[in-house]
Design a protein around this ligand. Structure first.
Ligand code: FAD
Length: 323
């Protein structure tokens, strides 16, 4: 049974986030030949609508309003609920990002629907949508079948491959007017912490440090390796608690969940709460001087050694390869 599925395009620092294109690919599966509609909210977003179409959306809808310039749950939920009333979709897909995690349950509750959060895959079985999502801190996966109604889902970045971008694709772009009012929050300033401009949750390569890195200066070494590989720096809570780096880098149960192609864990013991945030990385390399460290139980490649000897060797080697 074909469906109409809306995908919220998430714009960050003047660009559509990659997870929005992954969400379009997920929506295509859910729609099963039905219509995928890209939705863009902001004060000047029409130029992004075409990009969503190039990545597979059949058409795009924009809601432009000065109160949508920065994300607030009140303004965004008013806009999306109005779009739902007009478009009457069968599904809505968001990225499992800070915005998606905040906005989707709020709207789902308002329209008295349920939400599948953090899906890593989905399939359409003759109209029934079967979602795969991690449980028990990533130790197992469950399948949830949704048989009807308005389906809300968030999808984990870096799990569903986006469709190829086709510049030649065209589709209708329409705008919807929404009277956005009664806002309880005002965004005065947005302060961003980024690692070399690469968003940790979407990074393909992460060099992550733990308490074994021992200092802020130690993290500079990891930064050098990450920059060389075009990746981002992450951290364990141990390293954040010790003030070697900012909490925005924390990966794990109470930090960010990441699924890069390559995760290099340096001086991290591999506590269950850390593993919860990175165990689905495609290839895990662990560097630890303790051969009994738990991180080796989930690593694809383990290097038993002092990270202050191993990481400089890796930097030297990658530099020579890059030349
Ligand atoms: P440690 O456990 O101290 O490990 C340091 C490692 O570095 C050791 O294995 C050691 O052998 C190695 N090492 C030392 N020196 C060197 C060297 N020179 N070269 C190589 N290796 C070296 N943790 C998270 O990471 N993320 C979370 O989201 C998170 N959430 C939590 C939520 C709750 C409710 C609780 C209770 C805990 C949470 N934790 C989380 C904390 C977690 O339990 C661990 O305490 C933390 O992950 C340990 O960090 P670590 O591995 O850096 O430090």
């Amino acid at each position: 049974m074909t469906k109409k599925v809306i995908v919220l395009g998430e714009i960050r620092q003047g660009e559509l986030r990659n997870v929005s294109f992954e969400a379009i690919a997920a929506a295509k599966k859910m729609a099963d030949g039905g219509e995928v509609v890209g939705l863009l909210l902001g004060d000047n977003v029409t130029n992004f609508a075409n990009e969503m179409i190039c990545y597979g959306a059949d058409r795009a809808v924009t809601v432009e309003h000065p109160n949508l310039q920065a994300y607030t749950p009140d303004a965004y939920s008013q806009a999306v609920i109005r779009v739902i009333e007009i478009e009457k979709p069968e599904g809505l897909i968001f990225g499992h990002t800070a915005l998606g995690k905040d906005l989707s349950p709020r709207i789902a509750a308002k329209v008295k629907s349920g939400l599948i959060s953090d899906a890593v895959d989905l399939e359409n079985n003759s109209g029934e949508i079967i979602f795969t999502r991690p449980i028990y801190a990533g130790k197992a996966f469950e399948k949830r079948t949704i048989r009807g109604g308005l389906i809300f889902a968030t999808i984990r970045p870096n799990n569903i491959a986006p469709l190829d971008k086709k510049e030649s694709r065209t589709g209708e772009i329409t705008s919807i007017d929404v009277d956005i009012k009664d806002l309880r929050t005002v965004i005065k300033e947005v302060v961003r912490k980024t690692t070399g401009g690469i968003d940790l949750s979407e990074a393909k390569i992460i060099v992550s440090g733990g308490r074994g890195v021992k200092s802020k200066e130690g993290f500079e070494l990891l930064e050098e390796l990450a920059n060389l590989l075009g990746g981002a720096v992450g951290a364990s809570r141990g390293a954040c608690d010790a003030e070697y780096c900012d909490y925005s880098l924390q990966i794990g149960q109470t930090g960010k969940v990441v699924t890069p192609d390559l995760y290099i864990a340096c001086g991290i013991s591999g506590a269950i709460q850390h593993i919860a945030g990175m165990s689905n990385s495609k290839v895990i390399v662990a560097i630890n001087k303790d051969p009994e460290a738990n991180i080796f139980s989930i690593a694809d490649y383990g290097i038993v050694g002092d990270l202050f000897e191993v990481v400089p060797l890796l930097i030297e080697e990658f530099k020579s390869v890059a030349v």
